[in-house]
Write a new protein. Structure first.
Length: 208
C-alpha cells in the first residue's frame, strides 16, 4: 500500500533552535533542542549530521505519520539557512515546518503557538524569516521568563539569562513544559493547528 502524499500545510519538519556545542547544552536558549532530543529518545531514533543541510537530522515515523527532526548546527542567528536548505532538499514549503524557540516575553510554564508572525526580537526567527522570504510558517514559543522587568536591566542581563541554565525549581516546571510540547506536536499531527492550539496556548505549568 502506498502512503498518502502530504497535503499542503501538513507538518513535515519539526525544527528546534539552539546553539551547538557542549557549552550551550541545557541553556535556556536551547529549549528547542531539548524538545527534539526528548522526542527522538522517545521515538527510538538518532540524529545524524548532514553537512548539506548544516544540521542534525532524524527521521521519526509514527504510524502513517513521518516527521523529520532538524537541529541546525549553525549558531542561532544563522539557523534560517539550515531550514531553507532542508525544505529545498525535501521539496517542502514553509507552511510544512514548525519552528520551536525560546521566548523571554513569556513566563516559564507558558507556551504560544502561532501559524505566522514576526521575529519578536528572536535572532533565530529573524534568520528564518530572511531565508524563507516569508513570515508564514508556524512557530511554537516556549517561555523562559525575563531576567528583569526594567528595560535597561533586561537588556544588560539578556545574554547571561538566555545562555544560563535552569535552576532546580525551574527544571521541574521545564519538564512539564517539554512533555506538553510533545503532546502538542502529536495533537497538531492528528487534529491540526487550530484545535491543538486551543490546548497549547491555554497550558500553564505551575511552579513545583
Amino acid at each position: 500500500m502506498t502512503s498518502t502524499p502530504p497535503r499542503d500545510g501538513d507538518l513535515q519538519v519539526l525544527v528546534g533552535l539552539g546553539n551547538p556545542g557542549s557549552a550551550y547544552t541545557n541553556t535556556r536558549h536551547n529549549v528547542g533542542f531539548m524538545v527534539l532530543e526528548r522526542l527522538a529518545r522517545r521515538g527510538g531514533v538518532t540524529f545524524r549530521q548532514n553537512g548539506k543541510l548544516r544540521g542534525l537530522l532524524a527521521d521519526l515515523r509514527q504510524g502513517e505519520h513521518r516527521l523529520r527532526l532538524l537541529m541546525p548546527t549553525t549558531f542561532m542567528n544563522e539557523s534560517g539557512g539550515s531550514i531553507r536548505a532542508t525544505l529545498d532538499w525535501f521539496g517542502l514549503q514553509p507552511d510544512q515546518v514548525l519552528v520551536i524557540v525560546d521566548d523571554m516575553d513569556l513566563p516559564l510554564g507558558r507556551l504560544r503557538l502561532r501559524r505566522e508572525g514576526g521575529a519578536g526580537g528572536h535572532n533565530g526567527l529573524r534568520s528564518t524569516i530572511e531565508q524563507l522570504g516569508t513570515e508564514r510558517f508556524a512557530r511554537l514559543r516556549i517561555g523562559i521568563g525575563a531576567p528583569a522587568t526594567e528595560p535597561s536591566l533586561r537588556r544588560e542581563r539578556t545574554v547571561s539569562h538566555v545562555l544560563g541554565r535552569f535552576s532546580a525549581p525551574e527544571q521541574a516546571v521545564l519538564d512539564a513544559v517539554l512533555e506538553e510540547v510533545l503532546t502538542g506536536v502529536e495533537l497538531i499531527q492528528k487534529l491540526g493547528y487550530e484545535r491543538a492550539g486551543n490546548r497549547i496556548n491555554g497550558f500553564q505549568a505551575a511552579p513545583a
